[in-house]
Design a protein around this ligand. Structure first.
Ligand code: SAM
Length: 415
């Protein structure tokens, strides 16, 4: 039947297009695993925090206490200008979010699979031990001396003639790990070692691990080698001091000098920027940041966060704890190609697209590379890059001060 075709496609791809709405549900683990060849992302590592019932319970308690206290102490205050603008933004997208969520609730065959995700999780078998702080490692004076060793496994096709079994050998190559482009050019996963930790690098992926001060090294020597798809998830400063940070943040003015214009392909690029729900930040991006980068705003996608039972992670209308985040999309127009020509060769970027998923641990964003690909300018030698990345993606370059973070082998299983 039609529905089970959709479900089997989801089991294969991790993507389920929801009926009657501009929405897709994705299972990040399945999406990521499409590109690994010798390893699998471990669901228990990916979902560790969201399925930890103790943690989830605590969070629910805290927020309900918070609401009760608010209700008692404060009479409803008139909204100030900025709050009114934020509320208006929310009211505009609210119908789309509700419709997307209703479609998910109606997709019972999908929800059945998703709710079983928790039951299928085996206890994490990864070895305990503190994870390596790449950010701190990069700050010590020895940083330029640290090397990462890549273990390449050349294809063993010498046995085809039925001759004696060849010895499984492995080619090891070491590269400086900081301020250097480290490339897995093979079409297989590669295991890598850095000090006492192991990392898994997906096929045809690269990383450049450095502080913001070195980002100019990403500017291509020839401008037709630039990037046509750029995803950016900056370490925005967060208003509330109560929210604990897993990484250091930077003031907005630092992002104005990101060389977005300089790394774009001369024929144009699609830029996707994750933002928080703070109204002040939205104003900054629209009025200052996008203009400084030469980006023309086109559309907004929304990431709606759900639990394994399909319910939203928090009330849709909670003012300071929205269950969604925004991805702003803009285009940098190319020098030679005019915009008419561009739009005739690729689908028009739709506004208000909704991506639903169960959030992973540590405020990790869902993998959207595949969803964005079809909207990027089609170029012969187009390349993709993620800025401020904490993980690697097949076919992409990841830049940031900890792009290997989620590549640590504890997050993977061997197939
Ligand atoms: N998109 C990522 C994910 O889904 O996991 C999250 C990125 S997080 C919002 C921002 C990242 O920027 C963090 O990894 C942080 O360590 C990094 N960062 C902060 N300050 C930096 C700096 N000065 N130079 C380079 N990276 C920095």
């Amino acid at each position: 039947s039609k529905t089970s075709d959709k479900l089997s496609e989801f089991l294969e791809s991790g993507v389920y297009r929801l009926e009657d709405s501009n929405a897709v549900f994705i299972d990040p683990v399945r999406v990521l695993n499409r590109s690994y060849t010798r390893f699998r992302v471990s669901p228990s590592a990916y979902y560790s925090r969201s399925f930890d019932s103790k943690h989830a319970g605590q969070e629910a308690r805290v927020s309900s206490n918070f609401r009760k206290r608010k209700r008692k102490e404060k009479k409803p205050q008139p909204l100030n200008d900025r709050e009114r603008a934020a509320d208006q933004r929310h009211q505009e997208v609210r119908p789309f979010l509700l419709k997307a969520h209703e479609s998910l609730v109606r997709a019972t065959e999908l929800l059945e699979v998703v709710s079983n995700l928790k039951g299928n999780l085996c206890p994490s078998t990864s070895s305990p031990g503190a994870e390596q702080s790449l950010v701190e490692l990069g700050r010590v004076w020895q940083a330029p001396l640290y090397e990462i060793t890549l273990n390449f496994h050349p294809n063993d096709n010498a046995r085809e003639d039925g001759g004696a079994p060849t010895i499984q050998y492995c080619e090891q190559r070491a590269f400086p790990v900081f301020n250097n482009l480290v490339v897995n050019e093979t079409s297989e996963d590669v295991e890598a070692e850095l000090l006492n930790s192991r990392y898994i690098l997906p096929p045809e992926s690269s990383f450049y691990m450095s502080d913001l001060g070195q980002i100019h090294n990403l500017i291509p020597a020839e401008s037709d080698c630039g990037f046509n798809l750029i995803v950016i998830d900056p370490p925005w400063e967060n208003g509330s001091a109560r929210q604990k940070q897993r990484y250091s943040t930077l003031p907005n003015r630092y992002f104005l000098s990101l060389p977005v214009k300089q790394i774009c392909h001369t024929d144009g690029a699609l830029v996707a920027l994750w933002v928080t729900n703070r109204e002040k930040l939205r104003g900054f991006v629209e009025k200052e940041l996008f203009p400084a980068w030469g980006v023309k705003y086109v559309a907004t996608f929304f990431w709606l966060k759900v639990k394994a039972d399909g319910s939203l992670i928090s009330d849709l209308d909670l003012f300071h704890h929205r269950p969604y985040e925004c991805l702003l999309l803009g285009l940098v127009h190319g020098k030679v190609t005019d915009s008419k020509q561009l739009s005739s060769t690729k689908p028009i970027l739709p506004d208000n697209q909704i991506i639903l998923s169960i959030p992973g641990g540590y405020s990790r964003k869902p993998p959207i590379a595949g969803l964005l690909h079809e909207y990027a300018p089609r170029l012969q030698r187009g390349r993709c890059i993620e800025l401020f990345a904490r993980e690697m993606t097949a076919g992409w370059i990841s830049w940031g001060n900890e792009p290997l973070h989620f590549q640590e082998s504890r997050n993977f299983m061997k197939t």
